[in-house]
Design a protein around this ligand. Structure first.
Ligand code: 0A1
Ligand code: ZN
Length: 853
């Protein structure tokens, strides 16, 4: 409900907890409407907070039935956010708190705390959900061991740690590793497991289980395989071993985010567990592998070493994303993974960083912490780790991590602790590097160069634009990886990492035989926007010869972007150099098909709007849409022969395998099909749809058809085939909205929202339709304002039930300042309408407030 003046939490106000917890013991008597939770918590005065203090326990929506201190009944009246026992009423030193509360999981639509998803009980406690389960100091710097007893008639009863005892209608668990309450988890349901075993490097046997609904057990094999590979990889690459007798994963249909790293009991959105070749795309498989790894890696980077407070979120998230990126690179292809990661970074983080929601990787204030699980904290946070590694080198990185695990195991840490392990291992002053954590905005690096007498000079200028609350910026340390090529494509200078730390700096390369073609920011060595006038001849050299695969791809990408911008600005025809450059890639047998597929991918409509805004222009979403379609068509005409050849040559042989090789071939095949569909009105795509034996090819064909406004029969057939599969049906909902023509997008979304299978309280289904519309740039930004209205209507409706998801999805509006006055007025009106909704949550209120500025 609406707060008069929502409280702002500040990093600067951090104070250590007055009371620490040694052990927690919980008994759950599960009931949908009236679950009883008994707690026994042993408190001890914190020596780091000298004096005798009040006890503050967080608690929300709890019915307190009884409370005792050292066995003596207390009458306490909790407020809306928790309860306070004055120091005068507390024993000194230590005491035992016992309480019983009642909660109603079936009415919990926010999916935070203990809730129900289609008959099963589950929990989500990050960031501050444990306070909806019982009274507790719900902050990550309070770490305790947990004993849990669950009583319920449901057959499977799970919690963190190791099972200790069980009988008919009950089970007991013990987690010996001290943890913050946000890592608590409980699951109860009619579930079945796919099981396996893992022997750790030191010989401990671990039982692995993936728990799903009966009927889904044949869709867990890939997740299990990914888990085993993750466990082995973390031992081999980071020396991290698993530390309990069991590792449980549970798939849940109703979940706000992707997954959650609860100690020994990871809970997953079912879309990131369940897969079979017929129902999951290659992209789904890759996501499952990545997220399984991510949550598993949290066991060390997050759980054994956690965050002191929520401002330090990037400590666990940036590092864990960095680790999962390395893992995927090792499992698949580093070149392809890097390109994919940069595409995501630019699409999500640069977008965020260049708008009203820009914030530091380590924020300094928040109203609702759930609003800070962002691309900046996660993806830019990971980029900072990569830069640090580039600056200190691989050996020092390894040594620093060893020290981090050794020094901080069992602690709740800060970014200062993290930086210090690097300083202590390298004896290098990293105070300037630390600015990356406290300065929002995407840095621009402007490049000038000159050539005389065998010496090539690169002059780099850095600047960071103002962001909300941060008008002035200081120079950063930016690792700029550079290589030099000859005009004939030969490498004259292998990669060197230049350290740009001044506002302007010159770097000299001497003794060169000819003026080189520079390959700058190889591997995307820093999350910056490079500003450089590059001739198309130079780009052609890089596209054909760069030894750095990222920059090779980047040369093609910027060529495509410039072609599109010239079409948008002045109807200029695409250059033959561009089309021929692509043609050569398509004909190069040495290239990885996955790489070629990425090279064929045109910048998205939102990428183009971002580029136009960056160039000081006002993007017109309708024109962007038309020109991008036109280029897709022209390109297909020019490359038709190659595309036909590729579509045939990349056809599958043998049994479906989700690994990189086959997935890359299918990605290229679908990319070729999408182009060809523009030429043959869908004949090939219809054939592919009819004969596909896997979801990647079925969905590739359907998408290609929908993109040209065809595919009605296939859409109906798809629904008939998959109406019983919730995850596949999400795709059916999402695709129609994403590919709807701009004039019809809002109407299509509204039609689907009235469909009997539209369950708006399920976050996946809600995201498919409402998120689908915001992903359809030209439809969402339609000049009528119908797209804006539709999304705002649904966010206002969802917000009182599930504020977290409503707030997250409001980022659809974060780019509003890019657009023309007409669109700006329409969006502003919708943001204001949301802000004045009588049911506005703190979550959505904060987001809308920040967007309005
Ligand atoms: N820590 C999880 C993400 C997560 C965050 C918040 C949640 O609920 C508010 C749920 C999950 C991760 O990084 O995977
Ligand atoms: Zn995470």
């Amino acid at each position: 409900m609406k707060d008069a003046a929502p409280q702002v939490i500040r990093l600067a106000d951090y104070a250590p907890p007055a009371w620490l917890v040694d052990e927690v013991s919980l008994i759950f008597r599960l009931d949908p409407a009236a679950t009883r939770v008994q707690s026994r918590i042993s408190f001890r005065a914190n020596p780091a907070a000298p004096g005798h203090h009040d006890l503050w326990l967080d608690g929300e929506n709890l019915k307190l039935l009884s409370a005792r201190i050292n066995g003596e009944a207390r009458s306490v009246t909790p407020g809306p956010e928790g309860l306070r026992i004055p120091a005068t009423e507390l024993p000194e030193g230590q005491f035992l708190w016992e309480a019983e509360v009642e909660i109603a999981p079936e009415g919990n639509t926010a999916l935070e705390g203990l809730y129900m998803s289609r008959g099963m009980y589950c929990t989500q406690c990050e960031a501050e959900g444990f306070r909806k389960i019982t009274f507790y100091p719900d902050r990550p710097d309070v770490m305790a061991t947990f004993r849990v007893r669950i009583e319920s008639e449901l057959p499977v009863l799970l919690s963190n740690g190791n099972p200790t005892a069980q009988g008919a209608g009950w089970a007991e668990w013990h987690d010996p590793w001290p943890k913050p309450a946000y890592l608590f988890a409980l699951v109860a349901g009619d579930l079945v497991a796919q099981s396996n075993r893992f022997t750790t490097v030191s010989g401990t046997e671990v039982a692995l289980n993936i728990w799903v609904r009966p009927g889904d057990e044949n869709k867990c094999a890939y997740a299990m395989d990914a888990l085993i590979r993750s466990m082995r990889w973390d031992e081999e690459v980071y020396g991290r071993e698993y530390d309990l007798d069991v590792f449980n994963i549970v798939a849940v249909d109703d979940f706000n985010m992707g997954a959650m790293e609860n100690k020994g009991l990871n809970i997953f959105n079912s879309r990131y567990v369940l897969a079979s070749p017929e129902t999951a795309t290659d992209q789904d498989y890759e996501n499952i592998e990545r997220i399984i790894a991510h949550e598993y890696f949290h066991n060390w980077t997050g759980n054994r070493i956690t965050c002191r407070d929520w401002f330090q979120l990037c400590l666990k998230e940036g590092l864990t994303v960095y680790r999962d990126q390395q893992f995927t690179g090792d499992m698949r292809s580093h070149a392809v993974k890097r390109i994919e990661d940069v595409l995501t970074l630019r699409a999500r983080q640069f977008r965020e960083d260049n708008g009203p929601l820009a914030h530091n990787v380590r924020p300094e204030t928040y109203v609702e912490i759930n609003n800070f699980y962002t691309a900046t904290v996660y993806e830019k946070g990971a980029e900072l780790i990569g830069m640090l590694r580039r600056l200190v080198g691989d050996d020092a990185y390894r040594a620093a991590l060893r020290l981090y695990f050794e020094r901080h195991d069992g602690q709740a840490c800060t970014i200062e602790d993290w930086i210090r392990v690097f300083e202590d291992t390298t004896h290098r002053d990293l105070s300037q590097f630390k600015r990356w954590y406290s300065q929002a905005g995407t840095p621009r690096v402007m490049v000038e160069d000159s050539w005389a007498d065998g010496t090539y000079v690169l002059r780099l200028h850095q600047s960071v634009p103002a962001t909300p609350g941060q008008p002035l910026k200081e120079p950063l340390v930016i690792p700029v990886a550079v290589g030099l090529l000859g005009q004939d494509g030969r490498e004259l200078q292998p990669t060197v990492v230049l350290e740009l730390s001044e506002p302007v700096q010159e770097f000299r390369f001497e003794g060169l035989p000819q003026r080189p073609v520079p390959s700058i920011l190889r591997g995307f060595s820093a999350p910056v926007i490079l500003q450089r006038d590059q001739t198309s001849a130079e780009r052609a050299v890089l596209l054909a010869h760069d030894t750095d695969p990222f920059n090779r791809w980047e040369a093609g990408r910027s060529l495509a972007r410039d072609v599109l911008l010239a079409m948008i600005a002045r109807d200029e025809a695409p250059s033959t150099a561009f089309l021929e450059g692509l043609g050569s890639l398509l004909r190069d047998p040495a290239l990885d098909p996955a790489f070629i597929a990425l090279a064929l991918r045109l910048p998205s409509e939102d990428d183009l709007a971002q580029a136009l805004h960056e160039a000081g222009e006002v993007p017109d979403p309708a024109r962007i849409h038309d020109m991008r379609r036109k280029l897709t068509h022209l390109r297909a005409e020019h490359l038709a022969e190659d595309l036909h050849r590729i579509h045939d040559a990349m056809a599958s042989t043998g049994a479906y395998d989700p690994a990189a090789d086959q997935a890359g071939r299918r990605a290229l095949r679908n990319a070729a099909l999408a182009g060809l569909t523009h030429l043959d009105q869908g004949a090939r795509a219809s054939r592919q749809f009819a004969t596909a034996d896997n979801m990647t090819e079925q969905l590739g064909a359907l998408s290609a058809l929908l993109e040209i406004g065809a595919g009605a029969d296939e859409l109906a057939a798809f629904y008939d085939q998959w109406r019983g599969d919730r995850l596949v049906l999400d795709k059916w909902f999402g695709l129609q909205v994403m590919f709807a023509a701009p004039d019809a997008a809002a109407e299509t979304a509204a039609g689907l929202a009235a469909h009997p299978d539209f369950d708006w309280k399920n976050p996946n289904r809600f995201r498919a339709v409402i998120g689908g519309l915001s992903a359809n740039a030209a439809g969402f930004h339609h000049a009528s304002g119908a797209g804006y209205r539709f999304v705002a209507d649904w966010l206002i409706r969802l917000d009182p039930l599930n504020p977290q998801t409503a707030a997250r999805m409001s980022t659809a509006f974060e780019t509003w300042q890019r657009y023309d006055p007409g669109r700006q007025a329409l969006i502003r009106a919708e943001l204001e309408r949301m802000r004045s909704a009588p049911t506005l949550s703190r979550d959505l209120g904060e987001m809308v407030g920040r967007m309005l500025g």
